[in-house]
Design a protein around this ligand. Structure first.
Ligand code: MG
Length: 377
């Protein structure tokens, strides 16, 4: 055990005991294996593209909405706080959180659904698997290997879901999906931090955009309860401050509840190592009451924000752009820029999906215009 590791609980991920990288490399001086993973993620191209990719809103709609980059930073910040409180590895949760959305297509879920549809005859498209593909294959930064050559534990955390079919192809990394085992606590924390982050920032962005009204949230107990406390503590508070005070209290309440429930589960399961964590039922969780409230919030966002007619219109356009691009390239790969044409020659439709998935929102819109707008000739 190194000096850095002495503060960790026995069930944490210890960098000195990592299951290692696909390509052997000498250890980095002055950094642990997971710090090195995090640094590689921050420096990669796909990470910078997150700035121009969005989930609910299209990137150019406003400067104040979350992008996937700010979302990933919020996830990392929440996840690190939880990891520190539970004495597990902060560097590993940070690496997982910063990488978790690297494989996302332009235009969030609408883009991913469209690309999945296009790729159905060729093995489908899953954004989690694509995040792994980015760090394992697509980044071109090293002389000796493709991808970033991250540790097993970071890759395990990135691969949140996976179909049994794909799991079988993935060897050691896919095993847990077939054996129904859990990933490390660090991966479980990053996953829950993702949910906490997006549900709360979507409330904030939804209100800011005017697609949600404050009065609608009276039906969401988690929001209404905290808003009531804020109103009582600060009579006459402006709406903007009321929203921010309420959202930050909701985030805090979710984290406090998560810590309490997770500590109780850890005490009951008493795992003595990361492998015992993997063999236990899920350990990072909300209490039943909080889970129910959190589900209500999610359902509210689904019904009132993600299915808002203006969001549906954007999603419809986004799907059309992705479908059009994919079909045009599939029909005639000579339309692809040279490096992507080579990839498409080597890998077929998967190479085209990689190109489309890598696009930012605005790049996809521009590329669509270049291919289809007659006035651009
Ligand atoms: Mg996310």
């Amino acid at each position: 055990m190194t000096k850095d590791e002495s503060a960790l609980a026995p069930y944490a991920a210890f960098p000195s005991r990592t299951r290692g990288r696909l390509y052997q490399e000498p250890p980095a001086e002055g950094r642990t294996a997971y710090q090195r993973d995090r640094d590689r993620i921050v420096h990669c191209t796909a990470f910078r593209r997150l700035e121009y990719k969005t989930q609910v809103f299209v990137n150019h709609e406003g400067d104040l909405f979350r992008t996937r980059l700010t979302h990933s930073l919020e996830v990392a910040q929440i996840a690190r706080g939880i990891a520190r409180a539970l004495r597990v590895n902060e560097d590993l949760v940070e690496a997982i959180a910063l990488a978790h959305d690297l494989g996302h297509t332009p235009f969030g879920h609408a883009g991913q659904d469209a690309l999945n549809e296009c790729m159905r005859p060729y093995g489908g498209f899953e954004h989690n698997l694509q995040s792994l593909r980015v760090v394992d294959e697509l980044e071109e930064r090293y002389g000796a290997f493709n991808g970033l050559n991250l540790t097993f534990e970071t890759r395990e955390g990135i691969l949140k879901h996976c179909s049994p079919e794909n799991a079988r192809r993935l060897g050691a990394l896919g095993e847990r999906f077939l054996q129904k085992r859990q990933p490390s606590l660090e991966a479980q924390i990053a996953n829950m931090a993702d949910e906490i982050a997006y549900n709360n920032h979507d409330v904030d962005d939804g209100l800011r955009s005017g697609l949600l009204r404050l009065s609608q949230l009276d039906d969401v107990p988690l929001f209404a309860r905290h808003a009531r406390i804020v109103r009582a503590s600060y009579p006459g508070l402006s709406e903007r401050r009321l929203i921010h005070e309420t959202v930050r209290r909701m985030i805090n309440a979710l984290i406090v509840d998560l810590l309490q429930e997770t500590r109780a589960r850890l005490a009951a399961a008493a795992p003595r190592s990361i492998d015992e964590v993997r063999a236990s039922p899920p350990l990072v969780a909300f209490s039943d009451t909080m889970r129910a409230e959190h589900e209500q919030l999610k359902a509210f966002l689904r019904d009132h924000l993600y299915r808002h007619y203006q969001v549906m219109r954007m999603a419809n356009k986004a799907r059309r752009i992705v479908r059009d691009l994919f079909s045009a390239f599939l029909e005639d790969p000579r339309l692809l820029p040279p490096e992507h044409r080579e990839r498409a020659q080597r890998e077929g439709p998967r190479g085209i999906a990689d190109y489309v998935a890598g696009m930012t929102d605005r790049y996809a819109i521009k590329e669509h215009r270049r291919l289809f707008a007659v006035g651009e000739i």
